[in-house]
Design a protein around this ligand. Structure first.
Ligand code: UGY
Ligand code: MN
Length: 242
């Protein structure tokens, strides 16, 4: 690793954060034998969810289920993740596990994945686990703009308290307006890049960068370059702020 001479693009503010790879801190955890985790977003910074990158040089097995009341979403970046209930997720495969799901996880050597965990806000019966792959999801234009296509990974019915989407930006496309909303976001840039406005900061961002957007933070993205930009984004959803 090159010495950083005290520099990083990471920037942690009261209501948003940019987390870039040179400042990731890889740790081990008791329920994650052999795995390294970099927690990029956590309640300690004001978020109501946690988002981590997980990796294992060797194959991993017996990764314990989430704690009581906690839902889990896994998105594979590289390699494959197997669920003890029988599903295998390849790159860009994903899985939602509701609270109480007893499935354990295992991986092939060199796998990297994104982990989201949050205290699930149930409404009626808990939803069942969901598994899928980004390549199998049709995109829909966001507010009629087909330069900005959204792929929704989870069903939208009221049983779900959050959504996980892939946003696909044609080069030069942008969010139509500066959004402000009480819902939070956890985001990972997958491809391309551009400029992310968060509050009154403007950040150049590219693949591998992660962002936390807290409640109400003004947010806008403009995609730059000659190739499409894509990001994975979580949003709490379907629930009142009260
Ligand atoms: O769904 C959203 O709120 C999304 N359009 N926000 C974002 O991309 N920053
Ligand atoms: Mn938003």
């Amino acid at each position: 690793m090159k010495p950083s001479f005290g520099q990083t693009r990471s920037d942690i503010r009261r209501n948003h954060a940019l987390l870039t790879s040179e400042s990731h801190e890889w740790i081990t955890q008791p329920d994650w034998p052999g795995a390294e985790l970099a927690y990029l977003i956590s309640p300690d910074m004001g978020a109501k969810f946690a988002m981590a990158l997980v990796r294992g040089a060797e194959a991993l097995s017996d990764i314990a289920p989430a704690d009581e009341g906690i839902a889990r979403f896994v998105f594979v970046l590289e390699g494959s993740v197997s669920i003890s209930t029988g599903q295998t997720l390849a790159a860009e495969g994903y899985g939602f596990l509701p609270p109480g799901d007893a499935a354990t996880l295992s991986t092939t050597a060199g796998t990297r994945f994104v982990l989201f965990e949050w205290r699930f806000l149930a409404r009626g019966e808990l939803p069942a686990a969901v598994f899928g792959s980004v390549a199998e999801i049709d995109g829909a234009p966001l507010r009629g703009d087909d330069w900005l296509m959204v792929q929704k990974m989870l069903p939208t019915d009221a049983g779900f308290d959050g959504e996980f989407n892939i946003m696909n930006f044609h080069p030069g496309a942008s969010l139509a307006y500066v959004e402000t909303h009480f819902m939070e976001h956890g985001l990972l840039m997958l491809d391309g890049g551009g400029v992310y406005r968060l509050d009154d900061q403007w950040y150049p961002v590219g693949a591998g960068d992660a962002i936390w957007m807290g409640p109400h933070v003004p947010q806008w993205f403009g995609a730059l370059g000659r190739t499409p930009s894509r990001y994975l984004i979580y949003k709490n959803y379907n629930r009142s702020p009260l």
